[in-house]
Write a protein that binds this ligand. Structure first.
Ligand SMILES: NC(=O)c1ccc[n+]([C@@H]2O[C@H](COP(=O)([O-])OP(=O)(O)OC[C@H]3O[C@@H](n4cnc5c(N)ncnc54)[C@H](OP(=O)(O)O)[C@@H]3O)[C@@H](O)[C@H]2O)c1
Length: 368
């Protein structure tokens, strides 16, 4: 086993925290002494021990003189947890191998510098790309203070997200729909337009037995969401925000009584200002946001350069219909040269369907 193998092990451990660590990153750590793995740890949940401390606490023999492999630079500040660098130095670790640096300005190189100043040998950038990719949400959220936004939709091969009648259930099969629940577990927030609530009455919850439902947000400029909608009726169980420009407080009452929170936001071009919404969600530590339709909302988010990733589930089905809904509606860009550009596809087969996943290329048409 070499540095790369141990870092792969640390990455696999980090993965176990997926969906639970937000707004913290997923982190894994392995402690190795004379070729023996003597400690393993990962960050389980926000507020709980960091991976390094967990690995040190579980060591089967003294970690003095050992090598610590960690997917993210150890922290050196007092946050929800005490600094990991202190624990590493106290344990007498001789060498630390780091995957990616920590973008948090409170750490950002200072953790590594502190270890070196205290005589610890540090090797950086081991499987750095994999370690960064693991935490793509964290790497966006920390500097921008706004959620990483992903657009998700299920469409037919002729690009329809619903039939001409508005019926959209079901376009994709069970495997693809189960995958959506993994995404809902992974993203801290989920966003739908009131059009989708009116058409489909979705729950927008994560139905994995071990999963966590995201905070639900409905963009509803004039409070048209029916009080009988599933998102309202279940607001006592799953945090639910109605993002609205409606200032008539008496109209808020039935939603609030059902457990919804009203988020009064400014208007932009006749609708809820999505930038203001992202700022507010960022303040609430919603680090990742999954947009689940429909086309009107998707267009607004894309036009304003707010989207970082697309998950397109494609079903082998043709629906037709000039009026049938498509994933992105609105005005549209005037020519391909102005289109939002996506990077290389990652393609996954899910039963009979495909998942096409791609990151938006930053810096092209309005993307920040
Ligand atoms: N297959 C799929 O993956 C999938 C997923 C979701 C939905 N769908 C389908 O999509 C259809 C609904 O799509 P839709 O386009 O009518 O609805 P939508 O995008 O869910 O909602 C649009 C509504 O959201 C409100 N809104 C608030 N703030 C907005 C903003 N900043 N930008 C844009 N809209 C904003 C607007 O009404 P106000 O301004 O009045 O509030 C607007 O009419 C349904 O047929 C549904 O079945 C399919």
């Amino acid at each position: 086993m070499n540095d790369l193998d141990y870092m792969k092990l640390a990455l696999a451990l980090a993965e176990r925290g997926r969906g639970w660590t937000s707004p913290n990153p997923m982190v894994g750590a392995v402690i190795v002494k004379e070729g023996r793995v003597i400690g393993r740890g990962w960050h389980h949940r926000c507020g709980q021990a960091h991976a390094e401390r967990e690995a040190l606490a579980g060591c089967t023999e003294s970690p003095a003189g050992a090598t610590l492999y960690v997917t993210l630079e150890p922290c050196c500040h007092q946050g929800r947890q005490p600094p990991c660098t202190r624990a590493i130095l106290e344990a007498g670790i001789a060498r630390v191998v780091v995957g990616s640096g920590d973008p948090n300005p409170l750490v950002a190189g200072k953790g590594i510098a502190q270890l070196r100043e205290n005589g610890v040998e540090v090797t950086e950038h081991v499987l750095e790309e994999e370690c960064r990719r693991l935490n793509f949400i964290f790497f966006h959220y920390i500097p921008k203070k706004r959620p990483y936004v992903a657009l998700k939709y299920a469409m037919t091969l002729d690009g329809k997200i619903a039939a001409c009648t508005g019926v959209s259930r079901w376009i994709t099969g069970e495997a693809a729909r189960a995958h959506v629940h993994q995404l809902r577990h992974q993203y801290r927030g989920i966003l739908a337009g009131v059009g989708t609530v009116l058409a489909d009455d979705p729950q927008l919850t994560c139905r994995l037995p071990e999963g966590r439902s995201p905070v639900r947000v409905v963009c509803d400029t004039r409070l048209r969401t029916p009080v009988t909608a599933q998102v309202v009726r279940t607001a006592g169980e799953v945090p639910t925000l109605l993002a609205t420009c409606c200032g008539e407080e008496e109209r808020w009452v039935p939603y609030q009584a059902a457990g919804c929170e009203i988020l009064r936001l400014p208007e932009r071009e006749g609708h809820v200002d999505l930038g203001a919404l992202l700022d507010e969600l960022g303040r609430r530590e919603v680090d990742g946001l999954l947009i689940e339709g429909g086309g009107a909302l998707a267009w607004s988010a894309l036009e304003q350069g707010l989207v970082q990733r697309v998950y397109a589930y494609v079903a082998p089905m043709l629906l037709g219909g000039a009026g049938a809904k498509t994933p992105v509606e609105g005005k549209g860009f005037p020519a391909p040269a102005q289109a939002v550009r996506l990077g290389a596809w990652e393609v996954t087969r899910l039963g009979g369907d495909l998942l096409l996943e791609s990151e938006v290329v930053p810096g092209v048409y309005g993307n920040h």
